[in-house]
Design a protein around this ligand. Sequence first.
Ligand SMILES: [Zn+2]
Length: 182
Amino acid sequence: MRRTLVLNAGFEPLSTVSLRRAVVLVMRGKAVVEQSHPGLRVRAAQVDLPVPQVIRLRRFVRVPFRQRAPWSRRGVLVRDGYRCAYCGRRATTVDHIVPRSHGGGDTWLNTVAACAQDNHRKADRTPAQAGMRLLVQPFEPTPADALVLALELRDGEALPEWLSPAVPAGPATSGVSVPSAA
Ligand SMILES: [Zn+2]
């Protein structure tokens, strides 16, 4: 899959994102295209844009000093853009790839966003056992990934707790307060 490099407002590389996420960031005015594929364009309902190779954020973001993003269900949904890893439709649930009953844990690499239907269908089985295929590979977000993902949220959407920059690395259970528009 095509990845787009994301630069901070000061041109420092931050992260890479999927083409879809890059287009969303540009469409929402969060980023500008710095470099695009010659001759390739993204065309959809309201979009006609050169395929971005490099985008740059309009506003500088401060990357939190934190080694790892604590896992949360909401974090998984945000990471996966609320898209089901099995069918690509809107996801509202989190699936454990290896079910918890088989020893699968609450980790970034063992969980994906899933629609309720696919989650129900997969039930207490691995994707192979259920004859289902993952369309995307789960990944562990870095703090920079987390910030870039947060920029995709619409104004007024609350940030997941693992995006708070104010908390030093520590247990995910600490009381993290995140500014969110109610
Ligand atoms: Zn699905």
